[in-house]
Design a protein around this ligand. Sequence first.
Ligand code: G4P
Length: 531
Amino acid sequence: MSSIKEEINRRRTFAIISHPDAGKTTLTEKFLLYGGAINLAGSVKGKATARHAVSDWMEIEKQRGISVTSSVLQFEYDGFCINLLDTPGHQDFSEDTYRTLMAADSAVMVIDASKGVEPQTRKLFKVCVMRKIPIFTFINKMDRDANDTFELLDEIEKELGIATCPINWPIGSGKSFKGVYDRNKQCVITYSDTEKGTKEGEATEIPLDELDMLTGFVGEDLKDKLIGEIELLDGASAEFDLEQVQEGLLTPVFFGSALTNFGVEIFLQHFLQMTTTPLARKADKGLIDPAENNFSAFVFKIQANMNKAHRDRIAFMRICSGKFDADMEVKHVQGGRNMRLSQPQQIMANDRKILTEAYAGDIIGVFDPGVFSIGDTLCMPKEQFTYEGIPTFAPEHFARVRQVDTMKRKQFIKGINQIAQEGAIQIFQEFNTGMEEIIVGVVGVLQFDVLKFRLENEYNVDIKLEPLPYEHIRWIENKDEVDLSKIVGTSDMRKVKDLKGNPLLLFVNSWSVGMVLDRNPGLVLAEFGRN
Ligand code: G4P
């Protein structure tokens, strides 16, 4: 029997981020293969089945063949218990993706070697930086013609503003991909795709000073190129510094090919050594150390409609400290009452496994009878504290919602409020108009479709969405000190309030934001609020 501390210390919880098609699913599938969670590569994916399997909760996903929600996979490898948080794979994404990152202790960024840094990577990366979580880079698809390696690293440094430290270095790419050079061991690990991705092929290790042997494997040209590049690299690249990695200032970089399964296990092994055990989390009473405290958790995601017949909701929580036992009583701090968590489960692909215990670092889903909100804290009945809220990200698209059939007012209000409570959308109202006019704000435009679809299917309400031109939103940070009616605005500015009554300003242009700040000394505006 291992102790609670040992169980926590062997946990590693990370999110995997990428632009669609960079190879996130393929890489995940290979991780699971090593973990023995699946027997044969391809059984998670095979695209149609996999995408389907991982999240067929929402009809809309099936119809569009994309993944809108994120899921959690747990697997064992080499004594580690790994929680992998998958983030939605569509370029148009929701706040869910952001929130998933809030539950992770580190992130793996997958980059397509022929494409470099792509828009979605950039967006997700910003959130990682904000949270200062360590980022590990896997440059994928080396079996295809890749961009110049130095240029790829340069792009990461410039576009994302993080220093890079290659742990290994590719030799050739595409048809002439020969393997990677391990900078620490100073040897070349040769590429083989003979196993066609079913497991890591038998690699040969050649020390760099065995020049003849090396030339035999990679050819004269690539050998010379490699030696030149190593010299350059040793002179120019940042030194590996674990502390900097853990502060999110330096990203270790690995190269490989997830499809042909080269470099994946090398990556996994290094990653598990470098990434962190479950981190302490900030609460109102200070940092909560995972191993030194009893059970506590926070809700980072609410998934509705897991079962349409029951209109049920699952609240996903990240355990931040201690051990969770299925039959124990916990306190829901925001709800102000004690409860037993109903049907605690671990969700893997479309399998739900009922859990009896779980530890800090783990993610559990519990049945939510409608009491939880995003950001809520759970702890032991005798304790009382709240975890720092999850930021509400600024929506970038806005629309006015109109009901087609005004007779269904009640269902409409109920539906839109519940969907907003889950955090799928944000709703805003004018100050004096009640619920007559509702403005919806979303991070990705796909959420508009999700809203329309869900109101129709779950609440039997048809709506029309009229796009509004706003692109910038600011919360009034010092709302208690400001007289709202006295704010001197610009012609494009609009005053609204959010679900909790907080005042906000909407703007069409970013310069108006500056203008309003100039015109109203003392006004403090924030780009995101907190749940
Ligand atoms: P995503 O989850 O990041 O969206 O990417 P996914 O793994 O689905 O991969 C996108 C496409 O890239 C897939 O091809 C996949 O087979 C391919 N791919 C992933 N890793 C590699 C790699 O290392 N090398 C090469 N050459 N290709 C890779 P597809 O044709 O869209 O799908 P499928 O028909 O293969 O399933």
